[in-house]
Design a binder for this molecule. Structure first.
Ligand code: UDP
Length: 419
């Protein structure tokens, strides 16, 4: 049980792990349930898969449940997601009905688990109505919003707020996303797991083999964007940026992604992307199966520059993943990307394909800058965006909600503040 935490101490330092143990002691045996809408694909699933074993190792009883529904449920929740990210969407009455029914069915299926939990974390809009369907709950319920809700489309937010208001607290990834709500709001940015196969060091041969495996030019500078095929990730903008850069700078692009089981739009977006890339020798679109973590790792490591040109982004784990590998990231100037990419320091923020093309050319012409930015990016992630930091924030939140006003919590180095 201790071993897994010791491994994290080797990467993140012993102080942070000592904090985790101190907080974990206060929460031993506490029942925590996380509910989201997919086990596969996307950042939330990625994070939960990593956080749960750590909560377990600290002695909490953590479990992960998934809301499921018919295709109309996913169409509705995808539209809600887009609406919360600011797109004007129109959701038919039958869509809202499918949404509410899927929640009713999930409430029936999970009733004992949800009633008895000490903490329930509801991730994103999909399972938000569950709270209203579990009147006999005994624990604290927290709405964990991962998406960029800086300027939501009002009708969708109005509908969603009815559900969200009843929670005991909500968590957003950054201050920009906080909303007018009648309960405490906490800011907890997501994080990456340095021990996940996606982020561990890889042998050089394995990194080089990735180029061969996907028929890439072994010498040509490489730009990589790893993303679900989603319009907010702006894959077409990335292709355009590459084409502009290619006019003066030899460079190749890989756009790699897969779908998520809760995303009905990805096929249509992929078709658009394939059309835009057709006939382009140095633009490769890769469809990755779920869990291709080592492949993602190798592609990011063999890249010269990582791109994440999103138009909206709750956080963007792929940004920290690239930075952890000491790569400069060219990121869309939006949402959680701004938290990770400090412009000109740990990467570059861009708003247009032309801007992205300019940065590609600059970085490939200035290898010294490319390397400096990459090194600073790695350190920035080490200090701010590793899973140990996020877990500590979650534990502190639970301690605060659990113990309320009862006392002061001091977490420190073992010598100064023993608990
Ligand atoms: N990812 C992956 N394979 C893919 C596409 C994405 O493993 O084909 C991973 C990616 O490396 C990252 C996560 O899925 O860890 C996506 O999280 P992010 O926050 O970047 O975006 P989201 O999909 O949650 O909007």
């Amino acid at each position: 049980m201790a071993d897994i935490l010791e491994k994290y101490a080797e990467v993140a330092g012993s102080t942070v792990v000592s904090h985790l143990r101190q907080l974990g002691r206060l929460l031993r045996g506490v029942r925590v349930v996380h509910v989201n809408s997919t086990k596969v694909g996307g950042g939330v699933a990625e994070l939960l898969g990593e956080l749960l074993p750590l909560m377990d190792a600290l002695g909490l009883e953590a479990r992960w449940e998934v809301i499921e529904g018919p295709p109309e449920f996913y169409q509705t929740t995808k539209a809600m997601h887009n609406g919360l990210q600011g797109q004007q969407v129109s959701i038919p009455g039958s869509g809202y009905r499918a949404y509410e029914e899927a929640n009713e069915e999930t409430a029936e299926r999970l009733r004992p688990v949800l009633e008895n939990a000490d903490f329930v974390f509801i991730h994103d809009p999909q399972p938000a109505p569950l709270l209203s369907l579990i009147p006999n709950r005994r624990g604290r319920w927290i709405w964990r919003c991962h998406i960029d809700v800086r300027r939501p489309y009002r009708p969708v937010w109005k509908y969603m707020r009815n559900y969200v208001e009843s929670f005991d607290a909500s968590v957003f990834s950054l201050a920009d996303f906080a909303q007018a709500l009648p309960h405490p709001q906490y800011l907890i940015p997501p994080s990456i797991d340095p021990l996940n196969e996606k982020n561990i060091e890889l042998p050089e041969e394995e990194v080089a083999a990735a180029r061969e495996q996907f028929g890439l030019d072994p010498e040509l500078p490489l730009i990589v964007q790893i993303s679900r095929f989603d319009r907010f990730k702006d894959p077409l903008g990335v292709i355009e940026a590459t084409k502009i850069a290619q006019k003066t700078t030899p460079v190749q692009l890989v756009l790699a992604g897969g779908g998520a089981t809760d995303d009905p739009e990805s096929e249509a977006v992929l078709a658009e992307v394939l059309e835009a890339a057709e006939g382009e020798e140095h633009i490769r679109v890769l469809e990755l199966p779920p869990g291709a973590n080592r492949t993602v790792n190798a592609l990011q490591r063999t890249a010269d520059v990582i791109m994440q040109k999103s138009l909206r982004e709750g956080f963007g784990l792929t940004v920290s993943e690239g930075m952890w590998k000491s790569k400069p990231v060219i990121g869309g100037d939006t949402g959680g990307i701004r938290l990770q990419v400090v412009d000109h320091y740990t990467g570059f923020l861009v708003r247009t394909p032309e801007g992205a093309a300019l940065r590609i050319r600059y970085l490939l012409a200035r290898r010294d800058v490319l390397e400096d930015v990459g090194h600073r990016a790695h350190r920035f992630v080490l200090q701010n965006f590793l899973i140990t930091r996020q877990l500590r924030d979650y534990l502190a939140l639970m301690v605060a909600l659990h113990y309320g006003e009862q006392g002061r919590l001091e977490v420190g180095t073992p010598n100064n503040h023993p608990i």
